[in-house]
Design a protein around this ligand. Sequence first.
Ligand SMILES: *[C@@H]1O[C@H](CO)[C@@H](O)[C@H](O)[C@H]1NC(C)=O
Ligand SMILES: *[C@@H]1O[C@H](CO)[C@@H](O)[C@H](O)[C@H]1NC(C)=O
Ligand SMILES: *[C@@H]1O[C@H](CO)[C@@H](O)[C@H](O)[C@H]1NC(C)=O
Ligand SMILES: *[C@@H]1O[C@H](CO)[C@@H](O)[C@H](O)[C@H]1NC(C)=O
Ligand SMILES: *[C@@H]1O[C@H](CO)[C@@H](O)[C@H](O)[C@H]1NC(C)=O
Ligand SMILES: *[C@@H]1O[C@H](CO)[C@@H](O)[C@H](O)[C@H]1NC(C)=O
Ligand SMILES: *[C@@H]1O[C@H](CO)[C@@H](O)[C@H](O)[C@H]1NC(C)=O
Ligand SMILES: *[C@@H]1O[C@H](CO)[C@@H](O)[C@H](O)[C@H]1NC(C)=O
Ligand SMILES: *[C@@H]1O[C@H](CO)[C@@H](O)[C@H](O)[C@H]1NC(C)=O
Ligand SMILES: *[C@@H]1O[C@H](CO)[C@@H](O)[C@H](O)[C@H]1NC(C)=O
Length: 448
Amino acid sequence: MAIACSCSCCLQVLLLWAALWTVALAAVAVPAKLKAAPAPVVAGPVSRVEDARMFQIYYGQSFKVIKNFGDGKSYLLMQNTSKMASKTKYCTGRIKSFVIPLANFSVDTTASPGTNAAMAFLNFSHLKYSLHHQFRSVSTEINISVFFLKRNKLLGVLESLKGITSNQVASQCVLQSYTSGNTQLVNRTDAQTLSQFSAQFISNIDDDKGCNFAAYVPLEEDTPLQRAEWIKYLGTFTNSEDRANAVYDAIKRNYLCLSKAAANLSTRFKPIVAWIVYTQGMWTFVKESYALQYVTDAGAEIVDATITNKRFNSSDSEDMDNFHAILCTVDVVIDQTYALEPAEYKLSTFLENINVSQDSCFSFVSNRSIWRFDKRIGVSGTLDWYDGAISQPQLVLGDLIEVFFPTGNYTTIYFRNLAKEEGVTEIGPEMCTRSMSAPMEPITLPCQ
Ligand SMILES: *[C@@H]1O[C@H](CO)[C@@H](O)[C@H](O)[C@H]1NC(C)=O
Ligand SMILES: *[C@@H]1O[C@H](CO)[C@@H](O)[C@H](O)[C@H]1NC(C)=O
Ligand SMILES: *[C@@H]1O[C@H](CO)[C@@H](O)[C@H](O)[C@H]1NC(C)=O
Ligand SMILES: *[C@@H]1O[C@H](CO)[C@@H](O)[C@H](O)[C@H]1NC(C)=O
Ligand SMILES: *[C@@H]1O[C@H](CO)[C@@H](O)[C@H](O)[C@H]1NC(C)=O
Ligand SMILES: *[C@@H]1O[C@H](CO)[C@@H](O)[C@H](O)[C@H]1NC(C)=O
Ligand SMILES: *[C@@H]1O[C@H](CO)[C@@H](O)[C@H](O)[C@H]1NC(C)=O
Ligand SMILES: *[C@@H]1O[C@H](CO)[C@@H](O)[C@H](O)[C@H]1NC(C)=O
Ligand SMILES: *[C@@H]1O[C@H](CO)[C@@H](O)[C@H](O)[C@H]1NC(C)=O
Ligand SMILES: *[C@@H]1O[C@H](CO)[C@@H](O)[C@H](O)[C@H]1NC(C)=O
């Protein structure tokens, strides 16, 4: 079948359309306008993916296609004003369709790192929310949902609704909305309720339970900037491309500037960093590529990968000897060990876990450089590391530059120094100073 592609791009869209036709031909009549479209004009703003590897966006005249390499699906986003939108609905193993701009949506925040903060940039935060009291009593449970309802029907706006699936969020403004009674909690496993949203964003693709589910998987990216670029993915669903582009550009510019400056900070040798984690009695070196990228971008060096492949059993003294030998060579330790209550994780906890005394001569102990990224936490112990830090990697980089090249002039946001008994910062609703109708602006750090 010959299909005229009205899109300015691209073979891919043509291929996708071909796929759509063969998979779901019965579902829809070919939009005649589309077929005859004379010029490949893309109305409205456009986002181009620069760094992220896990998604691509293609633009047509009245539609967009997101290819999501996280779940292997293509999302056909049809403008609500197009004929296609009223006639087309795809929900197959490989293709789903959405009408945009989304009238409402929800986010599974129990497993969608980075979404709250990313969404705050896009000015959805002006929405008014409402609370379902029956779930309040289970608000400490992990598997509940919070949905933010927009109730302002007076303006004739489609009823919108922003949902996130946990009140355990490390965002002061989200918490404010929750405590002010504007928040609805919904059972996360309740597919019926979730089906009422135009879209439900999830990041665990195994949780895909319906046609309105869309995978949001920044964590599958390799670098901090790639993760942050997922704001563009969200932006396409609400035609907020201009805003998403501006936010990402500002973040990227600042990140690259800081990284360039950091490259100049080390003298002859870069500081050596051990980024380690203790689980089930074993110490290991963290291998996640985004973490290694942060260390490199901040002008330091991670312990050589060839000697960090081992696991070290903390009850085995030979293992611990080997572990200590490696630690002897490092200047800075970042301890990623999970703590149910971050505030209770202190220097003594760490020293006990590595079986080292306070007066040991490890240089990170004597030089007091033992860090954790759990400084900013929500009321229930949720780390902003898994939300705001994903959206604003330039702040993490700024922290790490201070960690590796201390000036004493800069207060870290995400990292706290255990060695100096630095505590956590609990994020409460009272810390929300931004008006709910104002989108969050990315913070840019001074960088010449
Ligand atoms: C399309 O969405 C916009 C923005 O939400 C809304 O104002 C408009 O009424 C919608 N149009 C249709 C035809 O649904
Ligand atoms: C929460 O969900 C996980 C998997 O999604 C499940 O294993 C766990 O039992 C649930 N917990 C509660 C309290 O429902
Ligand atoms: C959530 O829904 C599931 C299945 O729909 C149900 O088994 C569970 O009890 C519900 N949880 C709450 C807190 O209502
Ligand atoms: C979301 O928007 C759609 C389309 O306007 C509407 O049918 C649906 O009821 C809304 N869902 C909720 C939960 O408000
Ligand atoms: C890096 O260092 C070189 C030489 O010390 C200097 O000329 C240059 O301006 C520095 N660049 C930055 C970005 O600080
Ligand atoms: C760690 O070492 C202890 C003592 O040798 C042993 O009992 C335990 O099974 C080991 N743990 C693991 C996870 O190998
Ligand atoms: C822990 O440290 C103590 C004192 O240095 C030592 O006697 C003991 O063997 C160590 N334990 C392990 C498992 O390395
Ligand atoms: C201790 O840290 C300072 C920077 O705070 C650094 O200049 C110094 O070289 C470090 N000393 C050791 C022994 O690592
Ligand atoms: C600390 O900041 C002040 C003002 O920004 C600056 O003048 C000073 O040089 C800084 N000190 C260090 C050690 O970077
Ligand atoms: C955010 O959205 C609200 C409602 O649409 C609007 O009134 C406000 O001006 C927007 N804020 C900005 C900074 O665009």
